[in-house]
Design a protein around this ligand. Structure first.
Ligand code: URA
Length: 237
């Protein structure tokens, strides 16, 4: 779809709308190799080659970023006082309207998706989709058959909320076991409250996957990368 040239540049986070107009007027922007000095001229960014100072623009209508969230950051777009997951993004990924699709607690680590695509986030977070979210956790006491059975039956939270059946596996049994949990909902503090319902506390929590999209093991905590082709749809598989 054809759009104004200044709007295309600003939508890609290259410049504000004002700056984009200035860059275009100064002759730094070409469309299919020809200088275009009118910010209001229209171009289809999916069909033409737009370049700034000779560098071709890699146009993306939306951006999808996988982040390995460290502890201590808020999972929101912005906060007047605290650091958020958006603050971790390198300038290449900056553009308007970025937000984390779904929340992890401040002390939870692992897979967070950041996007500017509201439809994608809406579909991903819809409870009807029942997308499986897999977490690893360290628990403050032994976990065994009884807890596995209670999770499979659907736990009742302290306020009476019934959770959907969840899969609980013990990966490393001990007094402080490492476990894996799969849930298809995203209630506030859900995993912590589910363990609370069986008199346990979560000492450490990490999200490993959403649908078939697995946290890239090469991403260190705090690092992020764009999703590759096919990875967005993996969320819904
Ligand atoms: N469940 C929790 O308790 N916390 C999270 O951050 C995610 C799931």
């Amino acid at each position: 779809m054809a759009e104004r040239l200044d709007k295309i540049l600003s939508s890609q986070g290259i410049a504000t709308r004002r700056e984009a107009q200035r860059l275009i007027r100064s002759g730094k922007v070409t469309v299919d190799g020809r200088i275009q000095k009118d910010p209001a001229s229209k171009a289809d960014p999916e069909q033409c080659e737009i370049a700034l100072s000779g560098r071709s623009l890699r146009y993306r209508r939306h951006i999808y970023i996988m982040l390995n969230k460290p502890a201590g950051l808020l999972c929101v777009s912005r906060d007047p006082k605290a650091k958020t997951v958006i603050d971790l993004l390198p300038p290449d990924f900056w553009r308007q309207g970025l937000f984390p699709a779904g929340r992890l607690d401040k002390d939870t680590v692992g897979l967070v998706l950041i996007t500017d695509d509201g439809d994608f986030a809406h579909r991903m977070l819809s409870p009807k989709k029942e997308i499986v979210k897999r977490y690893r956790a360290v628990i403050n006491g032994p976990v065994g058959e009884e807890e596995i059975r209670l999770f499979a039956a659907g736990t009742s939270l302290e306020d009476g909320t019934r959770c959907r059946p969840a899969v609980l596996r013990v990966l490393e049994p001990s007094e402080r076991p490492l476990v894996e949990v799969e849930i298809t909902e995203g209630r506030y503090h859900q995993i912590k409250r589910m363990f609370g319902s069986v008199d346990r506390k979560v000492l450490w929590l990490k999200r490993m996957s959403i649908g078939k999209l697995v946290l890239d093991p090469r991403l260190e905590e705090g690092a992020c990368r764009e999703l590759g082709p096919g990875e967005c749809s993996a969320v819904f598989e």
